[in-house]
Design a protein around this ligand. Structure first.
Ligand code: NAD
Ligand code: GLY
Length: 369
């Protein structure tokens, strides 16, 4: 068992990581049930796998929890579902002292977090992440959002949870493709500032993806420690530190938008392809050695992740992909900064992006398909 504190002054909170924690959920959530009710938001897959067990454990402790279940998948992170969740919470008579519990992957965490921030101008919020991606990244840090017609995560706000409960055993039921997608966000921590951890990933990523429990715990613990440190230094992405976590995301979000936010390319896969593209664009700009970019792509590809545009089914052009980037949240006065690399473990934010050059680069990448 490990407890990691996210240090944010009066909004600090703990991340509790423990194999089998779910069996003890009523006791672990007792500080929150003492303050009010628990209102769970989950998706159909997670509901089917875990809700009965959770509800029985809570009921046995005298806790009557409510649950709202929505369809699984990225397309659910929508205005429509945000409205449905908010209306449900209000109909249930949710009060600010109640805790809204996100039980699921990053989709559920992002939309439930958003709803909890706006219902009654802000309710308490707990995260129980159930995917690798959510257990290593999205459940910590308070970013909440939905997608809109115009792009990914463009509507949202910061709202920190009061507690994050991670049971790595829940990954036993996660489909292999989702595990691999979450692994892209793990590799990201190595690429942004920890070359030794990237080396560890090269040696141990295979074991993690095969279900090795020791590799799993080390991966989650290392990632959450890294994320907690970054978030406590730059909660609202204002000083450049937290922006590093967006490595691969500007390219990745464009790919997600172009493939329609669906099963063709799931978020972690888009991040993997985006990181490989960012590395090769860094080569084009003369920042990183070709061999390093190759090493990054080799490890991601070896982990079953897409690293070339030919690995993604879509009809597009460099110009169309670059056009999606214009909506990037990091843009200042029209400039879309890009996260590029000088070396493995040395990511930086490059200003003055020439989107026409990015489009030409992407056309070259598409031509290699
Ligand atoms: P997801 O939430 O769609 O979950 C992936 C799939 O796994 C779903 O079908 C889900 O039902 C299923 N699933 C979840 N837990 C399971 C389990 N234990 N066993 C079996 N199936 C399970 O996707 P995700 O990859 O977790 O999250 C992606 C989202 O996270 C994206 O929308 C992305 O933008 C967001 N994100 C947010 C942040 C942040 O800081 N807020 C960071 C990274 C990503
Ligand atoms: N996953 C990016 C962030 O939390 O800032």
């Amino acid at each position: 068992m490990e407890i990691i504190n996210v240090a944010l002054g009066g909004r600090s909170y703990n991340v509790h990581i423990e194999n089998g924690a779910l069996a003890n959920i009523a006791a672990l959530l007792e500080p929150y049930t003492a303050q009010g009710r628990l209102l769970f938001i989950t998706d159909e897959n997670v509901h089917g796998l875990y809700w009965d067990r959770i509800n029985q454990n809570l009921s046995a402790a005298g806790v009557k929890a409510k649950v709202f279940t929505m369809p699984a998948g990225e397309a659910s992170k929508s205005w429509h579902n945000l409205e449905a969740i908010c209306d449900w919470l209000i109909r249930e008579g949710t009060e600010r002292t109640d805790h809204i519990v996100a039980l699921g992957g990053g989709v559920i965490g992002d939309i439930a977090g958003f709803a909890s921030a706006i219902v009654k101008r802000g309710c308490n919020f707990v995260q129980i992440p159930t995917t690798l991606l959510a257990q290593v990244d999205s459940s910590v840090g308070g970013k909440t959002a939905i997608n809109s017609e115009t792009g990914k995560n463009l509507v949202g706000l910061f709202h920190q949870p009061a507690f994050v409960l991670i049971d790595p055993d829940m990954l036993d039921t996660l489909p292999a493709r989702e595990l691999r997608a979450g692994y892209a966000e793990v590799v990201k921590y190595g690429l942004i500032g920890d070359a030794d951890f990237f080396g560890w990933c090269e040696e141990n990523g295979g074991a993690l993806l095969a279900g090795d429990k020791a590799a799993r715990i080390k991966t989650i613990s290392h990632s959450i420690n890294a994320k907690a440190q970054i978030v406590s230094e730059d909660e609202r992405e204002l000083n450049g530190r937290r922006a590093l976590l967006n490595l691969g995301h500007t390219f990745g979000h464009a790919l997600e938008a172009e493939t329609g936010f669906g099963d063709a390319l799931i978020h972690g896969e888009a991040v993997a392809a985006g990181m490989a593209l960012a590395a090769r664009y860094s080569v084009r700009k003369g920042y990183i050695e070709h061999a390093d970019a190759e090493r990054i792509a080799r490890h991601l590809a070896h982990s079953g992740l897409p690293v070339h545009l030919s690995h993604i089914e879509m009809q597009t052009t460099g110009t169309k992909l670059a056009a999606h980037m214009q909506h990037d949240k990091k843009a200042v006065q029209g400039d879309v900064p890009l996260l590029l690399m000088r070396a493995i473990g040395d990511t930086f934010m490059s200003q003055g992006t020439d989107l026409a050059d990015v489009a030409a680069f992407l056309d070259d990448e598409l031509a290699q398909s």
